[in-house]
Design a protein around this ligand. Structure first.
Ligand SMILES: [Zn+2]
Length: 438
């Protein structure tokens, strides 16, 4: 996942918008026993998930950075895995879809005495990456796209949060987890197919700025107007307390009801309506295709060498797998799946629904009393008041803050220039800070 696109202060307001269950859809989903994976027991499926993650995070893959031998090693492994399941190549050269890009803007490297020939553009090498694309055997109708990016950060680079000597970034959660789950989905959907065609996409260049998925949308191997929906799995390996974030729920009017009806295992779905987010579904959303992005939440190992295989929650990945499998089968019953544009982040920034914001990233997967802070934006009211990552807001003024709803409600009545006393908990100690809203 490439996080620079996200705006959590705004995103959490969408948590309030989660809709009701449609009883009609409920029956569509309940009629499907997708847990009965033909030929393979659940234990066997889980073992396969692990096996694939272990392979994708192995030394040989060198952190799967786009344009490196590690990416190529991962691509060939994924290619042989999809082929073994009987899917058909749907790229530009068999399953491969090569794309080229310049990784950085022209560098300022010239020295006056070296002359103009040494400057700028000429020094920027093009990088080549490869998307991998597979189709289920021919059936007519509109496509569903099921995608996960397989590239990661290699030995580090700009997007890494690691400080120190370069080190391999295995990217177990980001996003070997998603690749392993789409392979498992492909297997189940080959053995027990649906009546609409499915395109499985393993994108590259995601960490460098959604480059592979963008390239696909500009150079699609199936017509874009024949794609009915896109489901993106990016970072699905760290499920905590049955919570699962789902982004893009506003991109079709019926996603929320369908999700609720397919959530037969009682996962705590944390929705966000926006079609624009920090991963490849954004490329499809911008082509007016309904999208969903599943995400099991942020963690301290994000974009670090410590995002390793043994930290993954494989039982949680099985739950994501089961939910998406049910969704795809339920979508089979739907004749229409209309697109709705969600308000994009830039527009929201211009017309915020609150006059003030704290300038924090709330941990919206946090399930206990209060609002836990996952990140603090420098120069904003929280940072100025000394609020730190990990703090839990318990009280604003005289009002107890039980959850994000309480927090949003208070924010809604505050005005710039006001000062609010906030009670926070830090490492088990309660303290009071004064926040001046700007
Ligand atoms: Zn990432």
């Amino acid at each position: 996942m490439a996080f620079r696109l996200i705006d959590f202060d705004i995103r959490i307001s969408n948590v309030l918008l989660w809709g009701a269950v449609s009883s009609g859809l409920l029956s569509a989903c309940q009629s499907t026993d997708s847990d009965a994976r033909p030929n393979k027991s659940l234990l066997e499926v889980e073992a396969l998930l692990r096996e694939r993650v272990v392979r994708l995070t192995s030394q040989e893959m060198e952190g799967r950075e786009t344009g490196t031998p590690g990416e190529w090693a991962a691509a060939t492994f994924i290619d042989s895995s999809f082929q073994a399941l009987g899917l058909l190549p749907k790229g530009d050269s068999l399953a491969y879809q090569p794309f080229s890009f310049k990784p950085h803007p022209p560098m300022q490297v010239h020295e006056p005495e070296e002359g103009i020939a040494q400057m700028g553009m000429a020094l920027v090498q093009e990088t080549r990456g490869y998307n991998l694309l597979y189709a289920t055997p021919a059936v007519s109708g509109k496509w569903g796209v099921i995608a996960a990016h397989y590239d990661h950060l290699g030995m580090g680079g700009d997007a890494s949060l690691h400080r120190g000597e370069p080190a391999p970034h295995p990217g177990a959660d980001d996003n070997a987890s998603g690749v392993a789950v789409i392979l498992a989905l492909a297997e189940g959907l080959m053995v027990e197919p649906v009546g609409h065609p499915l395109l499985f996409a393993a994108f590259s260049g995601e960490e460098k700025g959604l480059i592979g998925s963008n390239y696909f949308c500009e150079n699609p191997t199936v017509r874009l107007d024949s794609i009915r929906y896109m489901i993106n799995l990016d970072m699905v390996g760290r499920m905590h307390g049955d919570s699962l974030a789902v982004y893009g729920t506003g991109t079709s009017p019926r996603w929320q009801a369908l999700l609720d009806s397919c959530n037969t295992e009682g996962l705590i779905l944390v929705p966000s309506t926006d079609g624009v987010g920090p991963s490849d579904h954004t490329s499809f959303y911008l082509e007016n295709i309904p999208v969903l992005h599943f995400f099991t939440g942020q963690h301290a190992d994000y974009h670090k060498p410590t995002d390793t295989e043994e930290k993954l929650n494989y039982a949680g990945m099985m739950k994501v797998h089961a939910l998406v499998d049910r969704l795809v089968r339920a979508l089979e019953q739907e004749k229409e799946w209309p697109f709705v544009a969600t308000q994009d982040t830039t527009q929201k920034k211009k017309s915020p629904s609150f006059k003030v914001t704290l300038g924090v990233i709330p941990d919206y997967m946090y399930g206990e009393t209060g609002v836990k802070i996952d990140g603090v934006t420098a120069g904003r009211p929280a940072a100025k008041a000394g609020i730190q990552r990990g703090d839990i807001i318990l009280k604003m003024g005289d009002t107890a803050i039980k959850d994000l709803y309480d927090y949003m409600e208070i924010l809604g009545i505050l005005e710039p220039g006001m000062t609010t006393e906030m009670e926070i908990e830090r490492n088990g100690t309660t303290m009071v800070v004064k926040v001046t809203w700007d």
